[in-house]
Design a protein around this ligand. Structure first.
Ligand SMILES: NCc1[nH]cc(CCC(=O)O)c1CC(=O)O
Length: 307
């Protein structure tokens, strides 16, 4: 193979991530030519309706998968947290890159932390997971919808539409916007989306040579952790537009997994944590999901329309 074509969304973050994968591939495979194929997806175009209403986050992948099926691209780069728990049949994720910062970021021009927001302040996020955790911290906050790419969301904050917003640290760091982070929102009090901060590369599962090439970028310990997080998420509902958070960390040969299910309506959070040998990460994820359900998470998921 001499040319590898990477299908990518066109947002600045998606382009950064795809350029990053391209640079890593060029470094690992001298002589390989790598080109980006930027594409628009329905998830990027339809901004006036919620993602759930237009079919969930899989919409960000669909067009890229069609391009691979048509033979117009060899692989596609995604934020793993946007990849559905069940991949489309015929596709594989041969590379999960080393995870960047997994945490969420509190971003505000006037306030240094959620605790310092005035009573009834307006906080922007369209994530049920962030919404529920914000309401758990501060039931008085007014959580308002906020869609669009990272730069668009920051522009809306700067225009005064919100007193604060919550974004992923990883996205801000990749875009050179780390200075916008006022406070990291981190475990155990605050949990990220399953697989947040990890970049994944998808290809057709029948693309043997491409798979082998992409596998050179795979980061084993990141994969162990995000597979545990995704197993938990999969056992809870099967989609990704739900108030579910998870964080797995490797401690020697064991994985420590924390998870929560929340309610955006009233800020109730159901939490659980467990550890297991890394080899048993799928079982660990399923068992943590069962523990969350036993603690009442099913009612919160049903209320969020996830079941
Ligand atoms: N929902 C969009 C999205 N998908 C991945 C990231 C951040 C990068 C990552 O998690 O690797 C973001 C932006 C955000 O949540 O602020």
């Amino acid at each position: 193979m001499s040319l590898l074509r990477i299908a990518t969304r066109k947002s600045p973050l998606a382009l950064w991530q795809s350029e990053h994968v391209a640079a890593r591939l060029r470094a690992a495979h001298p002589g390989l030519e790598v080109a980006l194929v930027p594409m628009s997806t329905r998830g990027d175009e339809v901004l006036d309706r919620s993602l759930a209403a237009i079919g969930g986050k899989g919409l960000f992948l669909k067009e890229l998968e069609l391009a691979m099926q048509r033979g117009e691209a060899d692989c596609a780069v995604h934020s793993l947290k946007d990849v559905p728990m069940e991949l489309e049949p015929g596709f594989a994720l041969p590379a999960i890159l080393e995870r960047a910062d997994h945490a969420d970021a509190f971003v505000s021009n006037a306030h240094a932390a959620p605790a310092e927001l005035p009573q009834g302040a307006r906080v922007g996020t369209s994530s049920l997971r962030r919404h529920a955790q914000l309401r758990a911290l501060r039931p008085d906050l007014r959580v308002l919808d906020l869609r669009g790419n990272v730069n668009t969301r920051l522009a809306k904050l700067d225009a005064g539409d919100y007193d604060a917003i919550v974004l992923a640290c990883a996205g801000l760091q990749r875009l050179g916007l780390e200075a916008r982070i006022r406070m990291r929102l981190d475990a155990p009090a605050w949990l990220p989306a399953p697989a947040q901060g990890a970049i994944a590369v998808e290809c057709r599962d029948d693309a043997g040579a491409i798979r082998v090439l992409l596998e050179t970028l795979d980061h084993a310990s990141t994969r162990l952790c995000v597979e545990a997080e995704r197993a938990m998420n999969r056992a809870l509902h099967g989609s990704c537009h739900v108030p579910v958070a998870a964080l797995a960390r490797l401690r020697g040969d064991a994985i420590a997994l924390e998870g929560l299910v929340g309610s955006a309506a009233d800020g109730e959070l159901v939490r659980a944590a467990a550890s297991a040998p890394a080899a048993e990460r799928e079982r660990l994820g399923a068992e943590l999901a069962a523990a969350l359900l036993a603690a009442g998470a099913g009612r919160l998921l049903a209320a969020a329309g996830a079941t």
